[in-house]
Design a protein around this ligand. Structure first.
Ligand SMILES: *Cc1c(COP(=O)(O)O)cnc(C)c1O
Length: 513
């Protein structure tokens, strides 16, 4: 048997020695902390470059195996072949594209929902089912699990595609009825499958998330699900370690590809620039650096919700005076970046991580000590991009290079241009442009973000607008799963009240139709 790695938690409150499948099934640690591996593997340059010779599923299997996952290597191989198979529209899965000789782009959106969440959510649900089966074998599990997801857009669809048809799991997604784009809503309400459901919630994303959390914490409701239906609740949110590990893989993979493609000399450092919201994607780059990938600096790119770039500049994380700003990169519209807690833990240990997260929850701000700040500044820099600059960047990138970035990618593109130094930069691209096609159209047509489309486009659907983008950028194609959205039947059109009762009623109705 290969060695199994056990997990700690960021607040130092969890007991026992959980392994990978345990922490995937549990999600969050008792006491509210996030699980982190007790030890990290060390990869040699030879090992890192060797993954460049493998198909992507093998790259993922190799990294998972090195992280001491408590599943046999044969089984990991099977699951990875499934996770990174023919449902991707590029056999390379996460290709590195040279947009310009000095601008390499890591494309993370070739999965079924055209956004980067697929990288983790095509993989993590397979390990979730595996964990449940292992618990069944030890007679410690309920029959079935119900995953509840509150989404502001991209996660909902990616979670639906990840959990559809999985054994012993059902999934219900709740989205703010007026808070997601038309295209995101269509992606969700047309979802196929018999173990899935989707509800709109009257309210904004915070209302939606709070209501789902309240249902999770309602002991009576949990007991009712357990006694009456043999069902336990679980979540698939981005703090689950099962979503973190797949995000380490593509940084190892990208470095090997850059060396193979001549973008960097073997062993020389690169910088990576990541459009950041919850700090999950960029934390994948941090772990890749920790295990030996020659990554020098992490460039953290924010939109107008720039709490993270301010934190990196000052060492103070302050949300007391902040309000959400609406941006063309909605998947980065986050004030509390949950995964930052993992970085703080790795820099300082659990007492500080626990204290700072408490301060943030209770006092709405915290500041790190000088020593931690110095450590952090050594490899982490950040900047932010305004809404109009994001759109201007889309247009400029397209005019200068022929590459058409989505608004999230554009934020990273611009920050990479500003902060680049000696090292080659890898810009991380997190969504296909078509997913945010209306704003891309505004960008290419020079319409400011805050202005509506001209009257001639009134009545056009988001999918219709994509054709207008293609008149300006004929080489840009639209993924078929997006192109066909207007033709699919709308299966889930119910909207429920915000609040615990709305969520619980929706769950009960779904269980006994
Ligand atoms: C989720 C998401 C992000 C932000 O990633 P984090 O891991 O939350 O920092 C950026 N871009 C897109 C398109 C996303 O879906």
């Amino acid at each position: 048997m290969k060695p199994v790695v056990h997990y700690r938690d960021t607040r130092g409150l969890a007991r026992g020695n959980p392994a990978f499948t345990d922490v995937v099934a549990r999600g969050i640690a008792p006491g509210g902390g996030l699980y982190v591996p007790a030890s990290l593997p060390e990869l040699t340059l030879g090992e890192i470059l060797a993954v460049g010779e493998m198909p992507y599923w093998r790259r993922a299997a190799a990294i998972f195996s090195r992280f001491g996952v408590d599943v046999s290597d044969e089984r990991i191989d099977t699951l990875m072949q499934r996770a990174y198979g023919s449902q991707w529209d590029d056999a390379r899965i996460a290709p590195v594209v040279e947009a310009r000789p000095d601008m390499h782009v890591l494309e993370l959106w070739h999965g079924p929902t055209s956004a980067f969440k697929d990288m983790a959510l095509q993989c993590m649900p397979l390990f979730f089912s595996e964990a449940i089966s292992m618990l069944h074998a030890r007679e410690r599990a309920l029959d079935d699990y119900l995953i509840l997801v509150a989404t502001s857009g991209d996660t909902g669809k990616a979670a639906l595609e990840g959990f559809v048809d999985r054994e012993h799991t059902n999934i219900i997604v709740f989205y703010p009825a007026d808070g997601v784009s038309e295209l995101q809503r269509k992606q969700m309400i047309t979802q196929r499958g018999s173990n899935v459901s989707v509800f709109g919630v009257r309210g904004n994303f915070d209302d939606c998330q709070n209501a789902v959390k309240a249902a999770f914490n309602d002991e009576e409701f949990n007991a009712e699900l357990h006694d009456r239906w043999g069902i336990g609740l679980s979540s698939a949110n981005s703090i689950n370690w099962g979503r973190m590990l797949p995000q380490v893989v593509y940084y190892v993979s990208a470095y090997a590809d850059m060396v193979a493609g001549g973008g960097v000399k073997a062993g020389d450092p690169i910088d990576v620039c990541v459009p950041t919201g919850n700090f999950g994607n960029i934390l994948g780059a941090f772990y890749a650096k920790e295990i030996g990938v020659p990554i020098d600096r992490l460039l953290c790119a924010s939109n107008e919700n720039n709490v993270l770039s301010d934190f990196i500049a000052t060492g103070v994380y302050d949300i007391s005076e902040r309000h959400f700003v609406k941006t063309p990169s909605p998947s980065m519209d986050i004030l509390i970046s949950s995964n930052l807690e993992r970085l703080l833990y790795h820099l300082t240990g659990s007492p500080s991580a626990r204290e700072w997260t408490r301060q943030l929850a209770e006092e709405k701000h915290f500041g790190v000590d000088r020593d931690t700040f110095t450590q952090m500044r050594d490899f982490l820099v950040g900047d932010y991009v305004t809404n109009d600059t994001s759109l201007a960047t889309i247009r400029r990138a397209h005019e200068e290079t022929g590459y058409l970035p989505d608004p999230h990618t554009a934020v990273a593109w611009e920050v990479a241009e500003r902060l680049r130094g000696e090292n080659p930069v890898l810009v991380v691209s997190t969504a296909h442009w078509a997913k945010f096609g209306v704003d891309v159209f505004k960008a290419l047509s020079g319409i400011p973000y805050s202005e509506p489309l001209p009257a001639q486009y009134e009545g056009s659907s988001a999918i219709d607008i994509l054709a207008h983008v293609r008149q300006i950028a004929p080489e840009a194609c639209v993924p078929s799963a997006i192109a066909e959205l207007d033709t699919l039947p709308e299966r889930f059109t119910r909207v429920v009240d915000a609040g615990r009762d709305g969520i619980e009623t929706a769950v009960r109705d779904w269980l006994s139709p």
